[in-house]
Write a protein that binds this ligand. Structure first.
Ligand code: 13P
Ligand code: SF4
Length: 317
């Protein structure tokens, strides 16, 4: 299947027939992003899913994102073009592991990154995304213990920003972001002394970037730890002519569209999420033709998970 003008026309016509809204995460293939009704980060897309009047949501992203849309709109039909599109970060904690962790810390508030299964969300007090994690943790009274899962690098970022000692962090990671490492970043930053650094907080190199700033290797004002959505806002505002981007490479498409005059380069151009890339032009076409794969979340799990997702939507930008 070629993602040409005929393909795009057929996708749009099928979406209209199904009364479907097409949502695409910033890590999707460029052609998928361009045919979608909305692109964005996980928080923005959850908000759009929650407020959309369409009866069907086609989620071009990974499975936990489609599940979140289903939790927020159980009466809607939620489709994902390939249900095998998982997430290594979501796989790094199970509901059973979280229950055992909670038992070790009675009374703690559980904050889970949205990159988790519906079962984990059902054991969670408040979900967060990378764009509102700091605000979510700040909303919790200072004397309460917090269990933060599953991403250790986002957890370290939140701990740094909030200065909270009573924040416990699960040791999970995303294989794509963990692979963007400190030495690689240091080398690229040294070779591009005028470039800004846009770094996703899931990256293994986020701590190194702040270290480089601290020791004076990189000017501190050049280092920006940002969610994918916030990278787009920063791209419109930065005065820099070039930017090194530490996140999944799909992000470069939206950044280049938002600020064509800036030279955006990946810190690691092998940082591609194979799950995100399972949403191919052929998979999207099949999805709209056949109404598959449909995402189901058991009612009892969705009912228990909903409050934590709704709190996430209410907090932060
Ligand atoms: P955001 O879109 O919230 O920045 O998340 C990044 C991510 O890894 C989603 O899979
Ligand atoms: Fe999950 Fe990482 Fe892929 Fe995002 S980039 S979907 S966190 S595996």
């Amino acid at each position: 299947v070629r993602a040409d003008a005929d393909w795009a026309r057929e996708i749009r016509a099928l979406a209209d027939e199904r009364d479907a809204v097409l949502l695409a995460h910033n890590y999707q293939l460029p052609e998928i992003q361009d045919v979608a009704d909305h692109t964005g980060d996980s928080l923005a897309l959850s908000r759009i899913a929650a407020s959309s009047s369409a009866s069907t949501i086609v989620f071009c992203g990974v499975h936990f994102m489609a599940e979140t849309a289903k939790i927020l709109g159980p009466e809607k039909t939620v489709l994902i073009p390939d249900e095998r599109a998982g997430c290594s970060l979501a796989d790094s904690i199970t509901a059973e592991q979280l229950r055992a962790w909670k038992a070790e810390h009675p009374g703690a508030v559980v904050v889970s990154y949205v990159n988790t299964t519906a079962e984990v969300k059902a054991e969670t007090d408040i979900c967060c995304t990378s764009s509102n994690a700091v605000d979510v943790v700040r909303s919790i009274p200072a004397d309460r213990e917090v269990l933060f899962c599953p991403d250790q690098f986002l957890g370290a970022h939140v701990k740094r920003e909030t200065g909270r000692d009573n924040l416990h962090i699960w040791a999970g990671e995303c294989h794509v972001h963990a692979g963007i490492n400190g030495p690689e970043l240091a080398e690229r930053a040294a070779a591009n002394p005028d470039a800004d650094l846009f770094i996703h907080p899931e990256c293994g190199c986020a701590t190194s970037a702040l270290y480089l700033a601290g020791e004076g290797t990189v000017a501190p004002e050049r280092v920006k730890i940002l969610s994918t959505g916030d990278m787009l806002t920063a791209a419109r505002d930065t005065g820099a002519r070039s930017v090194l981007v530490a996140t999944e490479v799909g992000m470069l498409h939206q950044l280049r569209k938002a600020a064509p005059e800036i030279d955006f380069r990946a810190v690691n151009d092998r940082a591609s999420c194979r799950y995100m890339k399972m949403i191919t032009p052929a998979a999207l076409l099949r999805c709209l033709r056949e109404g598959a794969d449909e995402v189901h979340v058991p009612t009892d799990v969705a009912d228990r998970a909903r409050a934590s997702v709704e709190r996430m939507i209410a907090i932060g930008k």
